[in-house]
Design a protein around this ligand. Structure first.
Ligand code: PMP
Ligand code: GLU
Length: 397
């Protein structure tokens, strides 16, 4: 019998973090591994944000803060929601957490009872499924494919709703597909949800600032959903601050209060210095963010062009984030010596050990035909890694 709880035994390790761990281990053994598995900007945090953090240390921001975050940070977040998204929140509707990941866990654990269903368009970000399992909820996946640009339709959503549906959770721009829902597409989903007033919506907008298709659209701005949307965001991706660990929600007040209560027993507030830095990051529309986005766009175009030259790869053109999620099922059943590729997991392992390139298999995101490339790395490494992949794939027959 296991000493560990059933809860932890049934939880899977984060596969994005697992692949990064494997690639670090191989690197430590002296192998020249290129890691395209982790989703984090390869840029440094902007200097003016670092200066704000240094000042916060000198000004002795070293004490426990309110669980939901400093009042002036929550005011800044309200201003940001209004400025960037047209969303109206008051500071008592904001909860700041140790990353958007914790924000999502707070919301799911606050809303979902055992057996209640959570609607998840697939492919989805790895941690949604596992957080829902922890809450003993039941994930209900709505499948898409590269041919539909990995986006669900209103009809698909309608068909997936049951009396047990409690929540829908999705990201746009999407991790892992990079797909971006337009405001018209969000409205057609909202028309369906309007008929089901008991369903709450978690809109994960962490990639908001990495959008190549124009203005970001927030589903929470649509009138019929205003009172039941929880908008999640953070500073990890848009401001190159993954390690600072700060995310936040804007939510109906009773949900914000529930998250505050949960967080008060789990982690308390996130780091005081990160909070002061976040005020500076969110206060102005940053040049650095725009530069990063432009650079990601150049890399996206490069990666798409190169991947399209690989036989059997089906690639769409993602409009945001820094991922490409090609369908690689053409390679299933092909072999090199005694290695046979049966699924995306096998292909990821093959490419890690033969090409020394780390990618994340689509199984992690609910689409076993695909594999995720993160192009948040230098052009030189992208070119080198895709050339290596090509050579390894040529050996499969
Ligand atoms: N949502 C999505 C879709 C993500 O890709 C990430 C990145 N890890 C997160 C949430 C969590 O971000 P963080 O905890 O770093 O704020
Ligand atoms: N969101 C990133 C990814 O998908 C970071 C790793 C994680 O937290 O899962 O790679």
């Amino acid at each position: 019998m296991s000493a560990l709880s059933d809860r932890i035994n049934m939880l899977s390790e984060s596969e994005t973090l697992a692949m990064t761990r494997k690639s670090r281990e191989l690197k430590a053994q002296g192998f020249d591994v290129i890691n395209l598995s982790i989703g984090e900007p390869d840029f440094n945090t902007p200097d003016y944000v670092k200066d704000a953090a240094k000042k916060a240390i000198d000004d002795n921001y070293s004490f426990y803060t309110p669980v939901s975050g400093y009042q002036d940070l929550r005011e800044t977040i309200c201003m940001k929601f209004k400025r960037d998204n047209g969303l109206d929140f008051t500071p008592d509707q904001i909860v700041v957490s140790t990353g958007a990941k914790q924000s999502i866990a707070n919301v799911v654990l606050s809303l979902v009872n055992p057996g209640e269903e959570v609607l998840i368009p697939a492919p989805y970000w790895v941690s949604y499924r596992e957080i829902i399992k922890l809450a003993e909820g039941k994930p209900v996946f709505i499948n898409t494919s590269v041919d539909s640009d990995f986006k669900i339709t209103a009809e698909q959503l309608e068909k997936s709703i049951t009396p047990k549906s409690k929540l829908m959770i999705f990201s746009s721009p999407c991790n892992p597909s990079g797909s971006v829902y337009t405001i018209e597409e969000l409205k057609s989903l909202a028309d369906v949800l309007a008929k089901h007033p008991n369903i709450y919506i978690v809109s994960d907008e962490i990639y908001e600032k990495i959008n190549f298709s124009g203005k970001h659209a927030s589903i929470g701005k649509i009138d019929s959903l205003k009172e039941r949307t929880i908008t999640v965001n953070g500073i990890s991706k848009g401001y190159a601050m993954t390690g600072w660990r700060l995310g936040y929600i804007g939510a109906p007040k009773f949900i914000a209060q529930a998250c505050d209560k949960l967080q008060g027993q789990f982690t308390s507030a996130t780091c005081s210095i990160s909070q002061r830095a976040a005020i500076t990051a969110l206060s102005v529309e940053s040049e650095v963010t725009l530069k990063m986005r432009d650079e990601f766009l150049k890399r996206r175009d490069l990666v798409i062009k190169m991947l399209r030259e690989i036989p059997g790869f089906k690639v769409n053109v993602p409009q945001g984030a820094f991922y490409v999620f090609p369908d690689i099922s053409y390679y299933f059943g092909k072999s090199n010596g005694n290695i046979t590729i049966k699924n995306a997991g096998d292909l990821a392992n093959y490419l890690l050990t033969d090409a020394y390139v780390a990618l994340v298999p689509g199984e992690a995101f609910g689409d076993p035909r695909c594999i995720r490339f993160s192009y948040a790395t230098s052009k030189e490494l992208l070119i080198e890694s895709i050339n290596r992949i090509k050579k390894s794939l040529e050996k499969l027959s």
